[in-house]
Design a protein around this ligand. Structure first.
Ligand code: RNT
Ligand code: ZN
Length: 405
């Protein structure tokens, strides 16, 4: 135990916070790291694949993997620099089929079996995502909400295939897999019939979720969005749409991506409304710079506020924490490491918060004390506890940039 840690432990102790307990909690809350930051969502189907669906990785930092071997080398390096409990979130375009091209609607668990071995070896869980973009069947900007039956059928089959793969992950690894469904469907210009696509989307989702899948192994989430590039006027799968879908059907949980709201909207402020109804939540932590820019997540106020809300509501059992960003303007492996470590720092900061002291001041109506303490607590030595956490997990602390090979 470092001497700095001993001091930090004492300082927190004065506020009734047990740093050891916080470190134990850290080990029970996995962070799902998105596999696609490492290669701008290229995947293994086609190394020259073009990203479509209104999302974009900008920048051209050197070092993008050009083979599966290179990809795994980067993945190993990334995982080694992120301390503690982890999942890896895969997309369906990362199958390991030994060079055989499998259509997305025919993917099966065996096409991802080597990932299960990899996860087992690393001691991590797996999450999954259907890939309803970068594909010719994303026709005129529509997938599950398409007016064309053929298009909807294809993506329904894909959704079902992905849930089965998710279930196989959960069953093999003993931790539920969250399979997150996001579709880009929408319209660039003013849409007159806004109801039709949403009715078709409900029907498609119902078909996907009609397949019985064991919820102990696979949980489905549905991710809304305010708009994407080229679909600025209308998005069928909005936040409200999926919130209603989740609540009325109980078939899926809502995924909130911090980049998918109006810039002044706070995702942290939404959470307790879901917890009040016992609703589970999937999170895509990202950093929106003026829009859904998918910048690397950082431990800024927005991220810390999300963790504090979960902590203050005692709702970690209802939340799945995940990352979603892809920035190619900085080193891709380091980008993943920075995002994952930052979110874990925000989480630890919240777990170390003397919440009880604040709650007491508030309940007593002492609003001055509440604000004074909130401001003082910002400067408590969470960084020292984070270094201790890294050390205990055999990962470099705050000097990782200096120490990395
Ligand atoms: C898109 C959504 C979605 C994707 C990933 C790649 O706006 O955020 O989660 O980023 O599935
Ligand atoms: Zn997302």
């Amino acid at each position: 135990m470092g001497k700095h840690y001993e001091t930090a432990r004492e300082i927190y102790g004065q506020w009734g916070v047990d740093t050891e307990e916080a470190l134990r909690q850290m080990d029970t809350i996995p962070l799902s790291i998105n596999c696609w930051q490492l290669d701008d969502l290229t995947g293994f189907e086609d190394f020259d694949a073009q990203l479509t669906g209104g999302i974009a990785a900008t920048g051209n930092a050197p070092g993008k993997p050009r083979s599966i071997e290179e990809y795994f080398r980067d993945l190993d390096r990334m995982l080694a620099l992120v301390p503690g409990a982890k999942h890896l979130a895969l997309h369906s375009v990362y199958p390991l089929t030994g060079g055989v091209k499998v259509p997305r609607n025919q993917l099966r668990p065996e096409h991802f079996a080597p990932w299960v071995d990899y996860a087992r070896e690393k001691g991590i869980g797996l999450d999954f995502n259907p890939t309803c973009f970068s594909h010719p069947m994303l026709r005129d900007g529509w997938t599950l909400a398409s007016p064309e039956q053929e298009v909807r059928d294809f993506w329904v089959e894909h959704g079902i295939a992905c849930r089965k793969i998710g279930e196989s992950f959960g069953r093999a690894l003993g931790e539920p897999c969250v399979t997150n469904h996001w579709i880009p469907d929408g319209s660039k210009d003013t849409r007159v019939d806004t109801l039709g696509p949403r009715e078709r989307l409900i029907e498609s989702l119902n078909r996907i979720f009609a397949q019985p899948i064991d919820r102990r192994y696979n949980i489905d989430s549905v991710e809304g969005k305010v708009f994407g590039l080229g679909v600025e006027s209308y998005t069928a799968g909005s936040h409200e749409f999926y919130t209603n879908y989740a609540l009325t059907t109980g078939k899926a949980i809502v995924c909130m991506d911090t980049g998918h709201y109006h810039p002044t909207e706070s995702v942290a402020a939404k959470l307790s409304s879901y917890f009040a109804f016992g609703q589970e939540i999937m999170m895509h932590l990202s950093r929106a710079v003026r829009w859904d820019s998918d910048h690397v997540a950082i431990a800024n106020e927005d991220t810390v506020a999300i963790m504090q809300e979960i902590r203050r509501c005692k709702a970690f059992h209802l939340v799945h924490l995940g990352l979603d960003f892809f920035d190619a303007s900085i080193h891709r492996v380091s980008a993943s490491v920075i995002g994952a470590r930052s979110v874990k720092k925000a989480l630890l900061t919240a777990l170390l918060e003397p919440t009880e002291v604040l709650m007491k001041a508030e309940a007593a109506g002492d609003l001055t004390r509440r604000l004074a303490l909130l401001e003082e607590f910002r400067m408590l030595p969470a960084g020292i506890v984070f270094d201790e956490y890294c050390q205990r997990h055999g990962v470099p602390g705050s000097r990782w940039m200096e120490e990395r090979a």
